[in-house]
Ligand binder design. Structure first.
Ligand SMILES: [Zn+2]
Length: 402
């Protein structure tokens, strides 16, 4: 048993503890409390820091790490996507050494900036091995993109077979994801849903209501998305536009529930957000990526006002300058000055862990959970430590509690 002292402890599930202690036994939190004058002198003093749970990056694409800086920022999402497609086509094979090296570097950066868990989306399963060898916990989402699918069941069954060849660890396992309503056929969505339902606790993920082009395509069947699908040879002439919003479409198809991470939500209406609340569907916001891809600024205050469970992701290095979740928090604070810092920090820890089904062991500092804890150096005289943490923390300030 080791006891740590710190000026601030942020358990997340209860208010910050001023001048507190944490007892850790064999890698798990045993107890927390406020320091008393008679406390043992042999406790480890962590210095002028706040202790909090390792953060959760609920949406990234580590396999795209080699594209750092390769896709120009755009004012229109469709233009950004064209840039991404071009960069991936010109780029190396998904298993090329430079791709693997970029994944390893990205994992190191994720850990150095205080993240304990990632929701990692990929079109290959290349990141599974590097993640399994790292100290991170992760759900690796094998993401399907298939708008024109003559045999939707076969597409999904093939993906399930590939997932079955992986050996899950107690921290890293794989599941399925659908790319987005404009790039996945309705019957592929159904087949993914059925496959996910066979696994008791597997989460699933989908990019949803990210940009205006998606909203137009689902409502009318036209616009720049249709043009791009036709150009790519992926158009399905039998497809009928569902009308309504992307959230309505997926909800009416029975796709949305508490296990599906709805990523982005920039274009969601209040009615869309109410549907997510009703289904228990968590929303993952990635505001820096939205700014770079032309999706626009997410309505973060609306998210929190609606009561939806908000988690946070950085998205990939193709659309974000780094994978530091604290930087994402700073952008959220700038976009949503009215949301309490405690709510933003809850999103960065407990809500992310819950969305990825890791909340039994991570996301708060509570007896029985893993002591995957970080410290952040705090300047003397700081009075509101939660507000300080959402103001832009650099990796140099972060240490893991060993
Ligand atoms: Zn994404």
């Amino acid at each position: 048993m080791i006891r740590y002292h710190a000026p601030w402890i942020l358990p997340i599930n209860e208010p910050p503890i001023r001048d507190g202690w944490i007892a850790v036994d064999r890698g798990r939190v045993a107890a927390t409390g406020r320091r008393a004058p008679a406390d043992d002198a042999d406790a480890v003093d962590l210095g002028e820091v706040v202790v909090l749970p390792g953060l959760v990056n609920a949406h990234t694409h580590l396999e795209l790490s080699y594209l750092r800086g390769a896709v120009p920022p755009s004012a229109a999402f469709i233009t950004w996507v064209r840039g991404l497609i071009a960069a991936r086509r010109q780029g190396p094979d998904p298993r090329a050494p430079e791709v693997l090296a970029a994944i390893d570097d990205a994992i190191s950066d994720v850990i150095a900036s205080g993240t304990a868990i990632v929701g990692d989306v990929g079109n290959t399963l290349t990141t599974f091995g590097p993640l399994a060898r790292s100290p991170l916990a992760a759900v690796v989402f094998y993401e399907l993109i298939r708008f024109n699918a003559p045999d939707p069941e076969a597409v999904v069954e093939q993906a399930c077979r590939e997932i079955d060849t992986l050996v899950p660890t107690d921290r890293v396992h794989a599941s399925l994801a659908a790319h987005a309503p404009y790039s996945v056929a309705p019957l592929v969505f159904r087949a993914i849903r059925r496959a996910v339902d066979r696994e008791p606790f597997a989460p699933c993920s989908v990019h949803l209501s990210e940009a205006a082009e998606e909203v137009e395509f689902i409502r009318s069947g036209g616009g720049p998305w249709r043009a791009l699908l036709q150009e790519l040879g992926s158009w399905d002439p039998a497809w009928v536009p569902p009308g309504g919003t992307p959230v309505q479409f997926l909800d009416d198809s029975g796709f949305l529930d508490a296990r599906v991470l709805a990523v982005h939500g920039v274009q969601m209406t209040d009615a869309d957000l109410r549907r997510l609340v009703a289904r228990g569907t968590p929303l993952v916001t990635c505001p820096r990526s939205n700014g770079q891809t032309g999706a626009g600024a997410p309505p973060i205050e609306d998210f929190y006002r609606s009561g939806v469970r908000v988690a946070i992701g950085t998205d990939s290095l193709a659309s974000a300058p780094d994978l530091n979740l604290f930087a994402e928090l700073a952008t959220m604070r700038a976009l949503a000055p009215g949301v309490p810092a405690a709510a933003l920090l809850d999103s960065a820890t407990r809500q992310g862990a819950r969305a990825l089904a890791f909340d039994g062991a991570y996301g708060t500092i509570e007896p029985g959970k893993y002591a995957r804890l970080i410290t952040v150096a705090v300047p003397p005289g700081t009075t509101d430590v939660e507000e300080y943490l959402v103001g832009g923390i650099q990796p140099e300030q972060v240490r893991w509690v060993e």
